[in-house]
Design a binder for this molecule. Structure first.
Ligand SMILES: Nc1ncnc2c1ncn2[C@@H]1O[C@H](COP(=O)(O)OP(=O)(O)O)[C@@H](O)[C@H]1O
Ligand SMILES: [Mg+2]
Length: 438
């Protein structure tokens, strides 16, 4: 049995079979071929699921009358190592037995395996008399085959098989057209499969990103809670130390001062040096009492718990004015009330901005505003000092600025700083109203 039956036994001799003269029948056939190629290319270019696309191509191809084939066909795809063909999709009717047995065909096996191995168009005129048709099925009816390799850039992607009658009249004109169609199909399959792979990859990536984002959000929330808890612990501790300093230390020192006064009164007239020393000690104790009160107030100003945030901000601004001589204009809404944690956070941020102004700004004037602005509470502190390089804002060593941001973040808030050398500094703290509603 020859590899390819006569008269057109394969692609190698298609030049012989190609009509030389432009007779009317050639003309018609060429027109038909162009139409077929055009139609197939059109289907392959229209976005569609790969199997559906291939079934449509098989329908068009088997419907091409000049080819004279049955309206059933199928496509195998080659595995990545070019060892087996796997049935990818079929068009027309096939038995369950066929579909089951033909799920995989090794390269070199039966007609399709042979065409895959050689990469050549293969034609078989009878399934019963052609020895290469090794696979048999129950109730197999006589038929022949066109087995078309699907090659893209010389790489075998798969096989397309068509059914003919036994001893068919082989397609009279260029069998090249079948190989061309095979090439078009291979290119489209490759592109589609790549796209599908890419799509799967993208989806996978998206789900990983989504997962990571969720993890990060959860982690951020945990950190926020931890930070909040630590802040509460720190504040409680400061409150306790402030009370101890104020009450215990303050009372002991007061007692000491009274004792010294008592002692002073009992010193004899002639004991002037001792009397002076006691007087000195009384002064020193008095100063220490003042100092403890200051430390206690700085640890936790009682006014914050007694009078609320707005009063405390105004008080703190006055304190700075008195201590440094920097004029402090204050515009504060007194009607605002907050839960204790938020009051403390805003107060601590304010303290840090004032400390920074005293330490770094060389300012003459400071403007402070605190009010509700739409859906946020807004604190602004503006100085007319030396300003700073914006790079400083991001510097890892700027712990004070970082602490301000972290404190605001606990309440979903932000701290923005506008500054440039020579142009002063504006600090704007915004806290969403919903976070601290009282
Ligand atoms: N109001 C300001 N005017 C000028 N420079 C400032 C001001 N606030 C902060 N800075 C600059 O930003 C830097 C970082 O501030 P901060 O994080 O609070 O650190 P620290 O106050 O401990 O130096 C400061 O060292 C200072 O140079
Ligand atoms: Mg600072």
């Amino acid at each position: 049995m020859s590899l390819n039956p006569k008269p057109h036994s394969g692609v190698q001799d298609t030049s012989d079979s190609f009509p030389q003269s432009d007779t009317p029948s050639t003309r018609i056939s060429l027109d038909e071929e162009y139409r077929l190629l055009h139609e197939v290319a059109d289907i392959l270019q229209t976005p569609k699921e790969t199997r559906a696309m291939l079934r449509q191509v098989m329908k068009t191809l088997t419907g091409f009358q000049e080819l004279d084939v049955e309206s059933k066909a199928g496509v195998f795809l080659a595995d990545s190592e070019n060892r087996v063909l796997r049935l990818y999709t079929t068009y027309g009717e096939f038995t369950d037995e066929f579909l089951e047995k033909e799920r995989e065909v090794p390269f070199g096996d039966c007609l399709c395996g042979r065409a895959a191995e050689s990469g050549q168009l293969l034609m078989s005129d009878s399934c019963f008399s052609d020895d290469r048709h090794e696979r048999r099925f129950q109730d197999m009816t006589p038929h022949g085959h066109y087995i078309i390799p699907l090659k893209s850039r010389n790489k075998l992607i798969g096989i397309l098989f068509l059914y003919t009658r036994t001893d068919p009249t082989w397609y009279r004109f260029s069998q090249e057209v079948l190989l061309s169609i095979g090439g078009l199909i291979a290119g489209a399959i490759e592109r589609q499969l790549n796209e599908e792979e890419l799509g799967r990859y993208r989806k996978n990536l998206e789900s990983i990103v989504e997962e990571r984002t969720a993890e990060l959000t959860a982690m951020r929330e945990q950190l926020r809670k931890l930070n909040q808890w630590m802040e509460e612990v720190r504040e409680e501790e400061k409150k306790r130390i402030s009370r101890e300093v104020h009450d215990q230390l303050g009372q002991s020192l007061t007692a000491l001062s009274l004792d010294l006064s008592w002692l002073g009164k009992r010193i004899e007239e002639g004991e002037a040096p001792i009397r002076d020393k006691i007087q000195e000690m009384r002064e020193s104790v008095k100063q220490t009492i003042g100092l403890t009160q200051k430390i206690a107030a700085e640890l936790r100003p009682p006014v914050l718990d007694l009078m609320g945030l707005s009063e405390t901000l105004a008080w703190q601004a006055r304190q700075m004015e008195q201590r440094t001589g920097i004029a402090c204009r204050v515009e504060i809404d007194n009607g605002l009330q907050f839960e204790s944690g938020l009051s403390t956070a805003i107060f601590r941020i304010f303290q840090e901005t004032l400390t920074n102004i005293t330490r770094h700004a060389k300012a003459k004037e400071v403007d402070v505003t605190f009010k509700r602005n739409g859906k946020s509470y807004e604190l602004t502190v503006k100085d007319d000092g030396c300003g700073m390089d914006p790079e400083k804002l991001k510097a890892p060593g700027s712990l004070g600025l970082m602490g301000m941001r972290e404190r605001a973040l606990i309440w979903d808030g932000t701290v923005e700083i506008e500054s440039s050398p020579g142009c002063g500094t504006l600090v704007r703290v915004s806290i969403p109203v919903a976070s601290g509603e009282y």
